[in-house]
Design a protein around this ligand. Sequence first.
Ligand SMILES: Nc1c(C(=O)O)ncn1[C@@H]1O[C@H](COP(=O)(O)O)[C@@H](O)[C@H]1O
Length: 173
Amino acid sequence: MAAKVGIVMGSDSDLEVMSKAAEVLDVLKVEYDITVISAHRMPDVFYDYAKSAEEKGYKVIIAGAGGAAHLPGMTAAIFSLPVIGVPIMTKSLGGVDSLYSIVQMPAGIPVATVAINGAQNAGILAAKILAASDEELLGRIKDYAAGLKETVAAKSEKLAKIGYQEYLKESKK
Ligand SMILES: Nc1c(C(=O)O)ncn1[C@@H]1O[C@H](COP(=O)(O)O)[C@@H](O)[C@H]1O
């Protein structure tokens, strides 16, 4: 089956963060392609990627970049379907540079921006966009949410049982 989600990032140094989007899409059984393309460093290759994305069958693109993070915005300028931007944490400015570069788009060209390093949420958001027209995927997303609820409920139960001091000791192990 052709991938419906394109995951693109400006550098392989973003891969560790961006792999969280891929991981959650694996859990939700959503096909994706994962690519490193810099709009700044390889504008012609980037242009071809964004221009051909719709034809390739992508329904949503998750674009991660750090610093002067123009990749998500430029993707949104070319690709007509939703773009989700992931601001990558930077050493010099803590990722606020990436966040501001991605979130402050001019009216008319939106990028749905998640938190700094929020690639997991970007993956879930992409799946939710696809689930608007895919009942089975919607079911898997509901199961995923139920799993989160169970995890928190189990932690809460344990805390009530052993008390906060013991709980903290155990969680530091
Ligand atoms: N923001 C962009 C773009 C772009 O927007 O085209 N291309 C690379 N980068 C970012 O530069 C940072 C440092 O990259 P290197 O680690 O390769 O020097 C990365 O976070 C990348 O996303």
